[in-house]
Design a protein around this ligand. Structure first.
Ligand SMILES: *[C@@H]1O[C@H](CO)[C@@H](O)[C@H](O)[C@H]1NC(C)=O
Length: 421
């Protein structure tokens, strides 16, 4: 026994197969290149020794982090650092599912390792978010993805972040900053405001709630009576939140009360957005629209591409169904997805001559940049490819790029759709 060469070869094969399977399980997260170095420029606030996260000179960014959207988050972080005048003064607060989410992998430890590998000097903390904090409050909505507990994590920022953090900018994972986020950070919040965000008053606000809601004598218009201004739709993917006022006013509880009512009577169709509108519409401080150029994910129904809105752009948001990384991988990018790609740190599996020949023509064409990307990553550092784009000056005037024409009908339709993100 054991002397048979064929048997030994068979055993060796089994060992190799087992190793490959085990290796796959361990490699749940995709691989990312290390981002280029970044340094504070002139006139940045000096770090207060020993202050850590409580340093008053910091800009605090809060985002969720999970395996599924990690590629988006990595690009978003990179874009924020790249365009910041004081990148070393940005502190990132990441909320991640405490149980690592579905599908295994992507646990807090793995996410921490992945972020630190791409951004070795990034100042960040990851807060485990317990899904059971919200699962009992979530009702079925139009799109299953919107019911993911992590979508509701933004409601819990004030509970999770250290008490010394006075405000935070909450950002979705499908955004790119193309301007210095400190400008958004310095948004003035009048005493009455807890949240600042771009508002969209041309969107038909009544469509975010059901007939049940508007016809109920206790609800409907009564809910918004006495607000600072007329209630308008705003997108919760980009918000400046005063965490101290939030805590004092117990706004997490106010949101939960609406989520509980939703379980009794169906007052809205969407996920995490409507409770925010119920609490904050008409109360938010308006921010310039340049800070949420949303809807770039495309039309939810048609899957079509969308241009930027008219006006300057400081932050691009791929809200909606389509995500740039999916379309790029499929070889069918929208025009603006190429901008996103210049911030993509993802290392695709090496494209060999053999696999390239099997790809459809469009994918081969598109893999040109990807191949360069992979080669650069092998050198241990990604070249700074963003500089060949137009963002050096901070913001871009979109009219000059030819995307400016706006169709009012289209905008209206979009605002209905984008609310599903
Ligand atoms: C807004 O939407 C509601 C409900 O769908 C509709 O009844 C109303 O006519 C719309 N208003 C405008 C100005 O389009």
């Amino acid at each position: 026994m054991g002397g048979n060469p064929a048997m030994r070869a068979g055993l060796a094969l089994v060992v190799v197969v087992v190793a490959v399977v085990v290796g796959d399980v361990g490699a749940a997260l995709p691989r990312f290149a290390e981002a280029p170095e970044y340094r504070n420029g002139e006139g940045c606030p000096a770090a207060v020794a020993g202050a850590g996260v409580c340093d008053p000179g910091l800009v605090h960014i809060a985002m969720t982090l999970d395996a599924h959207y990690l590629r988006g988050s990595m690009a978003a972080i990179y874009s924020l650092l790249k365009h910041a005048s004081c990148p070393e003064s940005i502190f990132f607060h990441f909320l991640a599912a405490a149980d690592g989410g579905e599908g295994g992998g992507g646990g807090v430890g793995e996410l921490r390792t992945a972020v630190a590998a791409s951004f070795p000097s990034l100042r960040f903390e990851i807060y485990p978010f317990r899904a059971d904090a919200v699962t009992g409050l979530i009702s079925a909505s139009v799109r299953a993805a919107l019911e993911a507990p992590l979508n509701y994590a933004r409601n819990y920022l004030a509970d999770l972040l250290p008490k010394c953090v006075p405000r935070a900018i909450y950002l979705d994972s499908d955004v790119l900053a193309v301007d210095d986020v400190r400008r958004l950070w310095e948004t003035r919040l009048p005493a009455a405001a807890v949240v600042a965000a771009p508002e969209y008053c041309h969107a038909n606000f009544s469509r975010y709630f059901t007939e049940n809601f508007w016809s109920d004598p206790q609800l409907g218009d009564r809910v918004f009576a006495g607000r600072r201004r007329a209630p308008c739709y705003f997108n919760t993917g980009v918000m400046v939140i005063d965490l101290r006022r939030w805590r004092v006013g117990n706004y997490r509880r106010r949101i939960e009360v609406w989520m509980e009512l939703q379980k009794e009577k169906r007052i809205y169709e969407l996920g995490s957005l409507p409770p925010f509108l119920l609490v904050f519409a008409g109360e938010v401080e308006a921010v310039d629209h340049r800070w949420n150029q949303h809807g770039l994910g495309g039309d939810n129904v048609l899957g079509s591409c969308r241009p930027l809105h008219k006006g300057p752009v400081s932050l691009m948001h791929w809200s909606g169904k389509g995500k740039p990384w999916d379309r790029l991988d499929a070889g069918k990018p929208c025009p603006l997805d190429h901008t996103w790609k210049s911030y993509d740190l993802y290392i695709a599996e090496a494209i060999t001559a053999a696999t390239t020949s099997q790809l459809p023509p469009s994918a081969v064409q598109d893999s040109e940049g990807e191949g360069r990307h992979t080669a650069a990553a092998h050198k241990g550092k990604m070249e700074n490819r963003g500089s060949k784009f137009l963002f050096i000056c901070g913001t871009i005037q979109i009219d000059s790029l030819g995307f400016g024409l706006e169709n009012p009908h289209k905008v209206e339709a979009e605002d209905r759709d984008l609310s599903t993100d």
